[in-house]
Design a protein around this ligand. Sequence first.
Ligand SMILES: [Zn+2]
Length: 220
Amino acid sequence: MKNEKAVVVFSGGQDSTTCLFWALKQFKEVVAVTFNYNQRHSLEIEVAESIAEELGVQHHVLDMSLLNQLAPNALTRSDIEIEQKEGELPSTFVPGRNLLFLSFATILANQIGAKHIVTGVCETDFSGYPDCRDAFVKSCNVTLNLALDKPFVIHTPLMWINKAETWKLADDLGVLDFVRQKTLTCYNGIIAEGCGECPACELRKKGLDDYLLEKGVDGQ
Ligand SMILES: [Zn+2]
């Protein structure tokens, strides 16, 4: 795949930043795409922009505010609490988000002559989002190839690994500190270690602690 071009769905968070580094190792040319759907923190777009710039990666920010128009949720509206009730999808779920993101990323790939699309979705630690599942991504890949009549390949390097293993992947790629210090995962918009209290911070910290423990390093 060394001679080929890839589009990475990129939010500036831990997962997609790790995927961006992964893609930079796999492909000759990498382009990042970030979707602006009025996320709770516009900082997310700024973080993505600054990481892409630092890595010298061409970066597109696409306006997807229609998503918020159709499906207001806890990621886009400050008056909706982030919560997960037993047996329900969390209030951060944006229906159809990944379907739209993969479709637009593939249309962009088509436009710029890229064959590969990389996304950081994952079945292992996920909050129950149906469009993060492997079966969905594979089905979406087939549909997009039929729609555009081209053999695009959607890559999901994190699909079967947990958060600790995602940290290990960053470490194996030689970018553990970069991902720790420069990415934004926190729902409260605090970079790096975050607020430490929201579900995203808890998941990120637990994964990091588990990984560092396994590696034999004290994370504190
Ligand atoms: Zn947080």
